[in-house]
Design a protein around this ligand. Structure first.
Ligand SMILES: C[S@@+](CC[C@H](N)C(=O)[O-])C[C@H]1O[C@@H](n2cnc3c(N)ncnc32)[C@H](O)[C@@H]1O
Length: 319
């Protein structure tokens, strides 16, 4: 019903739309009324931002300074990026030469200045695609305007990955051994290839209301997929911890030492365990609930600054 509402809202006067509201369930009504009166939702519309979530990241960035216009070529990974408001903020607040990759399990056209892939972060291949995207090799060959054709871009990245398999170049990009064929003088460059990302942001969880991609039978039934807020806080919490762990694994494997990390967590009894894992990966760990996050929501944000070096993944997850 919500989908129908958002689709027809573009075509019919708002008085008629109230009819739709009347036939919704009570909780849907509450959601719609809250959304219609919400100052952040209104501001998002005015500023052409894809959702009110943009303000949460702005407030996190105001406090923890993740992005910088003066750092050229910041490499930013946005996990669960659809519909793209966080990516818009990352693009606005970083230098024009920064590289931003959005990953989402749902199909979505990325905002201007952002590349994206449709993929599940729980899959190993997704990590390979991310590493390839940020590799020197792919960046050199990438056409600047590719973000304008999302499907073409994803195909190109996938094909390149298949093409490279079993070549020396593949081994160079994907072997993360510090000593792989390099002298110690090149170790900084090697570190950059091993850990090519400066900032990882993850808002992964419930799907945004889809407006496109319905042809895709595998991923468009968002409400039957692994993660969607159910209102049952224990269930939401455990699924959220899984996604936070997946984001943390991505950070261990791909984020550069001293790099920054943000992830959304639905709070619950495993929160302290997750915090402990964060502390094993980052020198400085903060919990922050931005004003734009509704007080009744169980969501909170964990910020990890100054990633440590030489992290043993097994140790992080076995304690
Ligand atoms: C709350 S939305 C993100 C909103 C986004 N930060 C923005 O500002 O527009 C959460 C997203 O996480 C995605 N997601 C959930 N599980 C995922 C997974 N396993 N892999 C990739 N994306 C996932 C959902 O499809 C959804 O689009």
């Amino acid at each position: 019903m919500l989908l129908v509402y958002s689709r027809i809202r573009n075509y019919v006067p708002s008085s008629l739309c109230r009819i739709c509201i009347r036939y919704n369930s009570g909780s849907q009504n509450r959601w719609l009324n809250r959304q219609l009166g919400d100052p952040y939702a209104k501001q998002a519309k005015v500023q052409n931002l894809r959702s009110r979530a943009a303000f949460k990241l702005m407030q996190i960035d105001d406090k923890y300074r993740l992005f910088s216009k003066s750092k050229p070529e910041q490499r930013i990974l946005d996990l669960g990026y659809a519909p793209g408001a966080w990516s818009q903020v990352a693009h606005q607040r970083s230098s024009p030469t920064s590289m931003i990759l959005g990953v989402d399990i749902l199909p979505c056209e990325p905002p201007h200045g952002v590349n994206s892939i449709q993929a599940n972060i729980l899959a190993k291949r997704t990590h390979d695609l991310i590493r390839l995207f940020f590799s020197k090799h792919f960046q050199l060959n990438k056409h600047d305007e590719l973000h304008k054709d999302h499907g073409y871009f994803q195909n190109m990245l996938e094909e390149e990955l298949t093409h490279l398999k079993d070549t020396d170049l593949y081994r160079e990009i994907f072997t993360t051994d510090d000593n792989y064929g390099v002298s110690s003088t090149n170790s900084t460059l090697r570190e950059l290839e091993n850990f090519p990302i400066d900032v990882i942001i993850s808002d992964m969880y419930e799907p945004w209301p889809q407006t496109a991609g319905f042809w895709n039978n595998i991923t468009n039934q968002a409400y039957f997929r692994m993660a969607n807020t159910s209102g049952v806080s224990i269930r939401d919490h455990y699924q959220s911890v899984d996604l936070c762990d997946a984001a943390l694994v991505t950070a261990i494997d791909l984020l550069r030492p001293l790099g920054s990390f943000v992830c959304k967590l639905y709070t619950g009894e495993e929160e302290n365990l997750f915090k402990k894992r964060m502390k094993a990966v980052f020198n400085s760990v903060h919990k922050f609930k931005p004003d734009a996050s509704r007080s009744e929501s169980k969501e909170t944000y964990y910020i990890g600054l100054k990633k440590k070096k030489n992290i043993d993944k097994l140790e992080v997850f076995s304690s």
